[in-house]
Design a protein around this ligand. Structure first.
Ligand code: SF4
Length: 60
């Protein structure tokens, strides 16, 4: 992770496998973009949207 990045209290996130995730459950990016899930139509949040800024921390 870039050492200039710091946890952003405006973006809470629990995705521990992401390279930008901080143990305080904040994102270390200054901003993110959210993408739609392809083909989704259930109306459930987990089916409709995802973080498009995600980057795998390890060997994903
Ligand atoms: S980039 Fe997205 S998934 Fe990764 S820590 Fe930030 S908000 Fe979470």
């Amino acid at each position: 992770m870039n050492e200039d990045m710091a946890p952003n209290p405006s973006i809470q996130c629990g995705v521990c496998s992401c390279a930008y995730h901080d143990p305080s459950n904040h994102c270390c990016l200054s901003k993110i973009h959210v993408d739609p899930m392809p083909g989704a139509s259930s109306g459930k949040a987990e089916d409709e949207s995802k973080c498009g800024s995600y980057r795998c921390r390890g060997n994903c």
